[in-house]
Design a protein around this ligand. Structure first.
Ligand code: ADP
Ligand code: MG
Length: 269
């Protein structure tokens, strides 16, 4: 049969902070359409690993390939332009900007590709803009706003009534949703979610699980850090377990759940 294309191909990446090896020779790959979860106790190196896969931090050793290209040590913008979108463990929104503007920011890297990647078309658009002041920009603006509203509508009525509110006025759970909406505006090839349900109650968690399942059904590739194991079991095609910077186990969800090393890592801390 036809093999699924590999998006991330990560070989023995290492990140040290002084004497601490936060990520220790971790290898993994993620194919298009998969949901792969990274689990492990606090301090295992999960968020640090994400940082290495999204350009927020650089590995001291090892190689990160994305769709065959060596992207080791690239900047967040360079990762974003290749379709790697991520959210942060503690949520990052621009508090003074409106919900809508926070989501619109996600389109920035995508538009940068369109402008720089297609110089001829970009030049034509620029000439058109010069001849018809404001018109082209207004159209693009309008189109992006409509798209951002569509993305926000995927969260039902959680965010739509609040699109003009400053992000700081939202609940914690809603700020996390805004961050995901912003990531989706990139049209990502892969979405990295760092504990998307942290701080959410049971019903909010169930809602987020349904949302992620919906993304997966739509074909989106997801790399997920998550503590709630029931959710991990339902959502993941494969699970990778980190402990003390190392990958200790990986496999199918049910294999991982019953692995003695995993039980030990969770209960031992
Ligand atoms: P996890 O996300 O699995 O809880 P982290 O990746 O956040 O773990 O952290 C792994 C280890 O690296 C922890 O011991 C943490 O204190 C340390 N660490 C993370 N970031 C830094 C940093 N910028 N400077 C120093 N130590 C760090
Ligand atoms: Mg973390």
């Amino acid at each position: 049969g036809e093999g699924r294309s590999i998006l991330f191909d990560v070989r023995r990446v290492t990140r040290r902070f002084g004497g601490l090896t936060a990520v220790n020779e971790i290898s993994l790959n993620v194919s298009a359409g998969e949901c792969v979860s990274v689990i492990g106790p606090n301090g295992a190196g999960k968020s640090t690993l994400f940082n290495l896969l999204a350009g927020t931090d650089r590995p001291d050793d090892g190689i990160v390939r994305f769709v065959g290209e060596d992207v080791t040590g690239y900047t967040p913008d360079e990762f974003a332009r290749r379709g790697v979108a991520r959210t942060f463990q503690h949520g990052r929104v621009f508090g003074n900007l409106s919900v809508l503007d926070n989501v619109l920011i996600g389109a920035h890297s995508r538009l940068a590709i369109a402008r720089h990647g297609l110089p001829l078309i970009g030049a034509i658009v620029e000439v058109f803009r010069a001849l018809v002041p404001g018109a082209a920009l207004r159209d693009e603006d309008e189109r992006l706003r409509d798209e951002a509203k569509h993305v926000l509508a995927r969260f039902g009525t959680r965010l739509l009534p609040r699109i003009d509110a400053p992000a700081h006025s939202l609940s914690y759970a809603n700020r996390r949703r805004v961050e995901i909406a912003r990531a989706l505006m990139l049209h990502p090839r892969i979405l990295l979610l760092d504990e998307p349900t942290a701080g959410m109650n049971e019903s909010e968690t169930a809602e987020m699980q349904e949302f992620m399942l919906e993304l997966k059904r739509g074909g989106l590739t997801i790399l997920l850090i998550e503590h709630k194991l029931d959710l991990v079991m339902r959502l993941s095609d494969r699970v990778i377990v980190l402990d003390d910077g190392k990958k200790i186990v990986s496999g199918l969800p049910e294999e991982v759940r019953n692995n003695p090393l995993v039980i030990e890592a969770y209960l031992g801390h």
